[in-house]
Design a protein around this ligand. Sequence first.
Ligand code: NAG
Ligand code: NAG
Ligand code: NAG
Ligand code: NAG
Ligand code: NAG
Length: 458
Amino acid sequence: MEAGVAEQKKSKGWCWYLIVFVIGALVVAAATLTVSKNFRHSAKPTSIPGAIVEKYADTLEIILQFFDVQKSGKLVNNRIAWRGDSGLRDGNEENLNLSKGMYDAGDLIKFGFPMAFMATVLSWAILEYGDHINAEKQLEHAQDSLKWITDYLINAHPAANVLYVQVGDPQVDHNCWERPEAMTEKRPLVQVNMSFPGAEVAAETAAAMASASMIFKIIDFTNSSMLLMHAQQLFILANTYRGSYSVSIPQLQKYCNSTGYGDELLWAATWLYHATEKQFSLKYVLLSRINFFGAKDESTSENLDLQLYRESSEAIMCALVPYSPTATSSRTESGLIWVSEWNSLQHPVASAFLTVLYSDYMLTSQTETLYCNGKSYKPEDLHKFAISQAYYVLGNNPMKMSYLIGYGSSYPQYAHHRGSSIPVDAKTGCRDGFKWLNSSRPNPNVAVGALVGRALPQ
Ligand SMILES: *[C@@H]1O[C@H](CO)[C@@H](O)[C@H](O)[C@H]1NC(C)=O
Ligand SMILES: *[C@@H]1O[C@H](CO)[C@@H](O)[C@H](O)[C@H]1NC(C)=O
Ligand SMILES: *[C@@H]1O[C@H](CO)[C@@H](O)[C@H](O)[C@H]1NC(C)=O
Ligand SMILES: *[C@@H]1O[C@H](CO)[C@@H](O)[C@H](O)[C@H]1NC(C)=O
Ligand SMILES: *[C@@H]1O[C@H](CO)[C@@H](O)[C@H](O)[C@H]1NC(C)=O
């Protein structure tokens, strides 16, 4: 097992760390909460013992603390004893206040793209499972974490056609090993605009703001219409100036490469469709939650498009369900979805999230059966698969170890995380701080709620 151990091999995509950590966390949250819901209310409980389920539902409190671990800025109601204020001057050089937002995984860079994606998925989780999160008394905390990101994103979008997408220089950052509270290096900003477009990052940010606006509309503690306005401007920027940000700014390829913006444009359009209460044209929208299983009031061509997307998502579900005729072979002997060694848990937890959602959509739309090349599956089959991935992460694995830091009695002690690995009172700076990375002792601070990015299969 090499979970999150001092990672020297800097291959692709540093920025994906954060996604993996946090999305994973949310998936587990969604999955475990759905289980606890089934236990409390359903006539047909699954075969997992109730005690374990309650225990797993409690992971939500752990998971959400990871947002506090990652926060930049002047902290409010901080729950992490070893964290303090940091990044207070971020954005100053352009007269912006980019102090909030969250650091990427174990680094001190703020990458706008994964941060926005994370916010969108957090919004999605709250929209779908807010009741359950509330039942565990974590809803306010989840909303505050979301707002910490959208506050940052609003400030990062100071003009209709300008979006700041990065704070800090990754090369400088990677040459230092220091606590965020102690950093003194310059924090240069990177923007996309009309001449240097970044359609995927602008669209992803639009998706984050549109989805968050749906949450803040209900609870009115922020200006939901302002978020929606930013989202619409950013969608227009992305859709008008279609160019990939890692093509516009090739230096970024090393850290946060992009393979294209088509998926982000559709993702943003989908969220805008929901956030604007369908004033936003369905012709942009491919996947639509309610209409997914056949829309009554849409035109024939729109229904045909939806039908195509239904087929694509069924194909994905059929690939994930174990033993279906089209099941993917990309899994370990223990049944964990396994696509890449780099951030290995990102695919299982993302798969778990999507299958839980799909199974719940089947239930709410009274779609009883999923057909995979002649074999049929029930929502429970998808649900069972999702739970298997979540349970693997939480300790039902050959190592008998929880890959969620802070959960259970055995979890990784050497996460590749600057703040976690350096004692609060350390006097080290940029270079000599690497002795903490090299240290053979367990990290002095627990990065509660982190999901390790690299657990090797057994
Ligand atoms: C930036 O905004 C935060 C609140 O979001 C505030 O506490 C801080 O003082 C502001 N920083 C500057 C330099 O204005
Ligand atoms: C547009 O973005 C590029 C890339 O970040 C930057 O070099 C350029 O200065 C920006 N244009 C303006 C007018 O600020
Ligand atoms: C809320 O957003 C609207 C629309 O953008 C704007 O006119 C208004 O000033 C905002 N209010 C606050 C308190 O920010
Ligand atoms: C980034 O992605 C593009 C498109 O997939 C690819 O052509 C390019 O080689 C990648 N760059 C790096 C540094 O991986
Ligand atoms: C950390 O270990 C690397 C080799 O693994 C070594 O080059 C470096 O000097 C060490 N740094 C410190 C500060 O101990």
